[in-house]
Design a protein around this ligand. Structure first.
Ligand code: MG
Length: 387
C-alpha cells in the first residue's frame, strides 16, 4: 500500500512538474486558458431509494432510503456524486440541500490535488458528512473525466484485487432469512448477518440450514454484556463466522478493548468510527476499521483513513449505506487491498438510476469508465440555487 501511495504521490508530482504531459497542471496551453475561464456549477436532485426487502437491524426497520444526487458541470463535462441519508445518521434531503446552497466552487479549478477545496467544504459547517461526501465524489468523478482515467488507476490500484463483498441479511423470521440466503447463493461468496436481536443463534442456524458460506456478523452495538458477547463469538466461530462488526455500544470502549483481546475473531469498528481524526484512538481497541464514504466526507478522506489504518497495523474494510451505483462505484475505486468489503448497497434497491461497478463472481468491480466509472441510466433533472 505504501508503494501505491508513493506511486500516487510520484504521479501527482510528475503531473505538477511537467509542462509537456497532457495534465491539468500544464501551463500556458490553449486548453489551460479555456479551463481558467470555465467554472464548476453545482446542482442536485433529491431521490428516494426503494429497498427490495424491509430492512431490519438492531433498533429499527425501514423500506426506503432518501438520497440527494449531486452534479458538477465544468467545461462540458459532468461529475456525479451522492449523499445517502439513512435516518439514524441525522442528515435529511433538506439539510443536504441547505448545505449545497452554501457551496460556491467558482474560486476553484478541478485538479487531483484536492486539499484546498476539501478543506473549504469541510469548513462551511460542522457535520453534514454525507452532503460533503456527495460533493467530494462529484469532484473526483469530474477530475477523473478530465484526465480520462478511472480513479483506481490514479490511486495505482488493481481493480480486481479486492475482497468479496458481503451480502447483507437483516434480522427477520426464519422463513425470510432462508429465502434471502437462497437468493444470495451462486452470486456471493460471503454473507453478512445482522445480529444483536433477540435470537442471534436462530438466525445463524437458519442460514446454516441453506449454506456453508463464510459469514460476517454485524451486531450494530446490540450486545450489551461483554461475557455474553464473547460466548456468542466463540459459538459463532464454530459455525463459520469470520469477523464481527461493532459488537457493543460505541462509547463502551473499555469493554470492546477487552472483548477484542479475548476474541478469536477480528472485531471491526463501525458506529465507533466516523472520520480520520477518530482512527488513532481506536488502535488497541478494535482489530479493524470500517470506512464509509458517507461518514468520512468522501473519497479524499477515505483514502487517508485507509493509509493511516494500515500504517497502524490494523485491518480495514469498506462499507456502505443503501446507495445507488454512483456512491458504490466511488467506493469501488479505492478498496483494492482491503481485508473485507460490504458494498451490496446498490444490489438491495429496486430503482438504481446509475450503472457503474458490477457484481462479478462475488466481487464489486469498478467499470473502466473514467472518474468514478458511472453513467446515469435515466433522465435526471437537477436543480441549483439559480433555478
Ligand atoms: Mg455496520
Amino acid at each position: 500500500m505504501k508503494q501505491n501511495r508513493r506511486h500516487f504521490l510520484k504521479m501527482s508530482a510528475m503531473a505538477a512538474a511537467s509542462l509537456t504531459a497532457p495534465s491539468l497542471f500544464s501551463a500556458c496551453t490553449p486548453s489551460r486558458k479555456k479551463q481558467l475561464k470555465a467554472t464548476m456549477n453545482l446542482s442536485w436532485k433529491p431521490y428516494n431509494l426503494q429497498l427490495n426487502h424491509t430492512f431490519t437491524i438492531s433498533g429499527f426497520s425501514r423500506k426506503t432510503t432518501p438520497i440527494v444526487l449531486v452534479k458538477i458541470e465544468y467545461d462540458g463535462l459532468e461529475g456525479y456524486g451522492e449523499a445517502s441519508l439513512p435516518p439514524y445518521l441525522g442528515e435529511t434531503q433538506d439539510s443536504v440541500i441547505e448545505f449545497l446552497k452554501k457551496v460556491d466552487l467558482s474560486a476553484f479549478t478541478p485538479s487531483r490535488e484536492m486539499e484546498e477545496v476539501i478543506a473549504y467544504l469541510d469548513g462551511i459547517v460542522e457535520g453534514n458528512t454525507a452532503a460533503k461526501a456527495a460533493v467530494d465524489i462529484a469532484l473526483h468523478d469530474l477530475v477523473g473525466k478530465i484526465e480520462e482515467t478511472p480513479w483506481y488507476k490514479i490511486y495505482g490500484l488493481d481493480k480486481y484485487k479486492v475482497p468479496d463483498t458481503t451480502f447483507t441479511i437483516g434480522i427477520d423470521t426464519d422463513d425470510v432469512v432462508r429465502e434471502k440466503t437462497r437468493e444470495a447463493l451462486g452470486r456471493f461468496n460471503i454473507l453478512k448477518v445482522k445480529v444483536g436481536g433477540p435470537d442471534d443463534k436462530r438466525m445463524i442456524e437458519a442460514i446454516r440450514s441453506e449454506t456453508d458460506l463464510p459469514l460476517a456478523v454485524d451486531a450494530n452495538q446490540g450486545w450489551k454484556d461483554r461475557r455474553q458477547a464473547l460466548d456468542m463469538i466463540f459459538w459463532m466461530k464454530e459455525r463459520g463466522v469470520v469477523m464481527v462488526e461493532q459488537p457493543m455500544p460505541k462509547e463502551d470502549l473499555d469493554s470492546i478493548a477487552r472483548l477484542t483481546e479475548e476474541s478469536p475473531l477480528p472485531i471491526f469498528a463501525d458506529e465507533s468510527i466516523q472520520r480520520l481524526s477518530d482512527v488513532e484512538r481506536l488502535k488497541g481497541i478494535f482489530s479493524g476499521i470500517n470506512i464509509k464514504l458517507m461518514k468520512c466526507t468522501g473519497m479524499h478522506e477515505a483514502w487517508k483513513m485507509r493509509e493511516l489504518v494500515q500504517s497502524l497495523g490494523m485491518k480495514v474494510m469498506i462499507g456502505c449505506m443503501t446507495e445507488t451505483s454512483c456512491a458504490i462505484s466511488a467506493a469501488a475505486q479505492l478498496y483494492s487491498g482491503m481485508d473485507f468489503a460490504d458494498l451490496d448497497g446498490a444490489l438491495l434497491i429496486g430503482n438504481d438510476c446509475f450503472e457503474g461497478a458490477t457484481l462479478e463472481r462475488g466481487k464489486i468491480i469498478a467499470s473502466d469508465l473514467p472518474g468514478i466509472g458511472v453513467k446515469p441510466i435515466q433522465e435526471l433533472t437537477f436543480f441549483s440555487y439559480r433555478d
